[in-house]
Design a protein around this ligand. Structure first.
Ligand code: GLA
Ligand code: GLA
Length: 699
């Protein structure tokens, strides 16, 4: 059983900030938690000033009483190390602990995350606090999980102070060994940037003009590592003092600043904070993508939704609430994509502070309104879904994601500033999502076995060794689809000589003669070869922002540009290698990427989780070790949806036997919809979770 913590079933609860309340309120809180089915609360995230009122005083009495109280109510605790917001006394004693911007501005105390990642004073104080907490509570019966810090990189991702500069130089020495090597790597022959010693090197502070790109790239790498070093320091203490209790820190979905492949190596399991915007009608697609990444970070292990909002957040310009059925649907979506729990920010709504308008499981109105009903209702549903915990999802199509390449792609002074990783990735992901194909993310350095189709929406930075592995994958019968502006630079961000796409030239069977960015607001038309002008549904595809003059060297043309300067030239190509194939999109097709991916899907044999899904319905399948499958069906659309079902199953949300034996209907009027024959009807924003007993495949 692959359980996240010792708490059975799915986890349900949220951040609880009891230091904001008198103790009488706590008693009411735990009663209500029990009523709502809360089984895990995150405590102490911002408690540092309360736990350590000054350098030599500690106050754990309140936390002792709190943990005992929670435990008496059968609720487990995710105990935070409280290090994300250092107290005023510490900051005033060590003013250089405050972070400095690239312009030399020192950020003040008065918010949170006001620390320099490389500050020895901050690190020593954080580790000391972590040790005190671990020593005191490692054996407490309420403790189920350690929550390190909070959202590393949320407000402060980098610091340009003298201490950070020294740490950067230490990191550079380790990476490059000698200053000659650094000069080579950074290409300092350019613009007379040569260094005689490491002492002359500084962080990329605001400079008169464009800063050395490799210096910037190394800075991104260093900043991710500097925060990770803090995380590892706390994690090491917890592992030493509190062995056997899992440790996690809450990630922030697909965050550019932190290389989560590297970070997740130090997580016992991955947890994530997700705040899809209810005002965005496509928010669920982006959420699905982030959840797939979270699941993939530890090779498919269940993960934990550590925070979501029960309704509105308070940090957007306009904070639209979630309808209760949308809240339910989006909660189930995290489970559908491999989460083993749904936690929130926060349990009880604050009355003071910057987040007093943020929704909570227990709103300002208390238990009287719809907010509380929503909280109780979801708790009850998660209890009914308990058996899903530990089951896994198998992705059909692999998507390559590399932080190094992301960082390098988005450096300045490129052919087009419009080539941003999220903008390139999202339409590819959306195309698969709409086709019901389940995705797993993987780093280019991973093993590709298990995937018949690999997608690389962009691999701007690509070393020769990885290109060789991709080549081996295709030679072994795999199918690779590669997006534009890939194979451009090596790990130093130096151009691969001899023509783009450098080490992918032979595999893709082409050379790029010239990049041809498309001006904003314009489009170049692309037509798939072999489709006639009136063919539906996509007779013409629109390339925006980017196109390339390519010359095939073995690849066949699949689609051509039919307008603009490149009219008549190949736009999409395929190069066959035995039974494998390597596809290249030389342009950014945005929402029109799907028809090209359809060709690769067909060729690779990868297909949807459930064929014939109506529009707006998301289907994923989690599989337990004993072969039981859980089919999640989520209707994100505004209309009723009828889902054809091939097999009998039980809807865990209602306990209804949907179909028994053959095709017979036994359950109707499910609150999610109704079953007729082999068709399940889902209401708008409705959902079903069907248990399909092993063996999975039946005639
Ligand atoms: C100016 C500078 C050159 C070079 C070009 C690029 O002319 O003098 O060094 O940067 O711009 O367009
Ligand atoms: C993040 C933080 C929380 C809170 C929420 C508000 O997830 O971790 O402390 O600020 O945002 O949405």
């Amino acid at each position: 059983m692959d359980r996240l913590t010792r708490v059975p079933g799915l986890l349900y609860g949220g951040d609880w900030n009891p230091e904001q309340w008198p103790e009488e309120v706590w008693a009411q809180d735990v009663e209500l938690m029990a009523e709502a089915g809360v089984n895990l609360v995150t405590v102490g995230v911002f408690s540092w000033a309360r736990l350590q009122p000054d350098a030599h005083r500690w106050d754990f009495g309140w936390l002792d009483r709190l943990l005992d109280l929670v435990h008496r109510h059968g609720i487990a605790v995710d105990l935070a190390t409280a290090t994300a917001s250092p107290p005023a006394w510490l900051v005033r004693a060590h003013p250089d602990l405050l972070p400095v911007t690239a312009d030399g501005v020192r950020l003040e105390f008065g918010s949170r995350q006001h620390y320099c990642p490389s500050s020895p004073a901050y690190r020593a104080a954080a580790v000391r606090l972590t040790r005190r907490l671990a020593e005191r509570y490692h054996g407490h019966p309420a403790l189920a999980l350690w929550h390190v810090h909070n959202e590393y990189g949320d407000h402060v991702q980098e610091c340009f102070c003298a201490g950070s500069a020294a740490d950067f130089r230490r990191w550079l020495r380790q990476r490059h060994g000698t200053v000659e090597e650094l000069n080579r790597s950074w290409g300092t022959a350019f613009w007379s940037q040569r260094y005689n010693s490491f002492d002359q090197v500084e962080p990329p502070r605001t400079a008169p003009g464009p800063v050395n790109p490799t210096q910037l790239l190394d800075w991104r790498r260093f900043c991710s590592d500097a925060l990770l070093a803090l995380h590892r320091a706390e994690k090491a203490v917890l592992d030493e003092v509190s062995p056997g209790v899992p440790v996690t820190t809450n990630f922030m979905s697909m965050l550019k600043a932190l290389d989560y492949w590297e970070w997740s190596r130090y997580e016992d399991f991955v947890s994530d904070d997700a705040y899809p915007d209810p005002a965005d009608p496509r928010a669920h697609v982006n959420a699905a993508m982030n959840y797939d990444l979270m699941r993939s970070l530890k090779a498919g292990r269940p993960w934990l939704l550590m925070e979501q909002a029960p309704s509105a957040v308070s940090w957007r310009p306009v904070n639209v609430p979630k309808r209760p059925d949308l809240y339910r649907l989006w909660s189930l979506q995290a489970l559908a994509r491999g989460a083993d729990g749904v936690l929130h920010f926060q349990w009880r709504a604050s009355v003071a502070g910057a987040e007093k308008f943020h929704s909570a499981m227990l709103p300002h109105r208390g238990t009287a309104g719809r907010g509380w009903q929503r909280t109780v209702a979801l708790g009850a549903e998660l209890r009914r879904l308990g058996e899903v915990a530990g089951s896994r999802i198998r992705g059909q199509v692999g998507v390559l994601l590399d932080w190094d390449s992301w960082w390098a792609l988005e450096l300045d002074d490129h052919p087009s500033a419009r080539m941003r990783w999220p903008d390139l990735l999202r339409p590819w992901y959306a195309a698969l999502y709409e086709r019901g194909v389940t995705v797993g993310f993987l780093p280019p350095t991973a093993g590709y076995e298990g995937y018949r189709l690999l997608l690389a929406p962009n691999l701007y930075l690509l070393d020769t060794a990885t290109a060789e592995r991709l080549t081996g994958y295709v030679h072994g019968g795999g199918h690779l689809v590669c997006g534009p502006f890939s194979g451009i630079t090596d790990r130093h961000d130096h151009i691969h000589p001899g023509g783009h796409p450098g080490p992918l030239r032979a595999l893709l069977g082409l050379v790029v003669d010239e990049h041809w960015p498309i001006p904003d607001g314009e489009a170049t038309i692309v037509r798939l070869d072999g489709t006639d002008r009136d063919a539906e549904p996509h007779p013409e595809l629109r390339a925006e922002h980017w196109s390339e003059w390519i010359e095939p060297e073995g690849a066949e043309t699949v689609a051509r540009y039919t307008s603009g300067e490149l009219a008549g030239r190949p736009a999409v190509t395929r190069h066959r290698h035995g039974t494998g194939s390597a596809w290249y999109l030389s342009c950014h097709l945005g929402p029109d990427t799907g028809p090209v991916l359809d060709l690769a899907l067909t060729e690779s044999g990868a297909g949807p989780e459930l064929p014939g899904l109506p529009e707006g319905v998301e289907a994923t399948r989690r599989r337990a070790a004993d072969g039981t499958a859980y089919l999640f069906l989520l209707n994100h659309g505004p209309a009723e949806a009828r889902v054809p079902l091939a097999r009998p199953g039980t809807d865990l949300l209602t306990g209804t036997e949907l179909l028994t034996g053959t095709d017979l209907l036994t359950g109707t009027d499910l609150h999610t919809g109704s079953a007729t024959g082999t068709t399940l009807t889902l209401a708008p924003l409705g959902a079903a979770v069907l248990r399909l007993p092993a063996p999975e495949e039946r005639p």
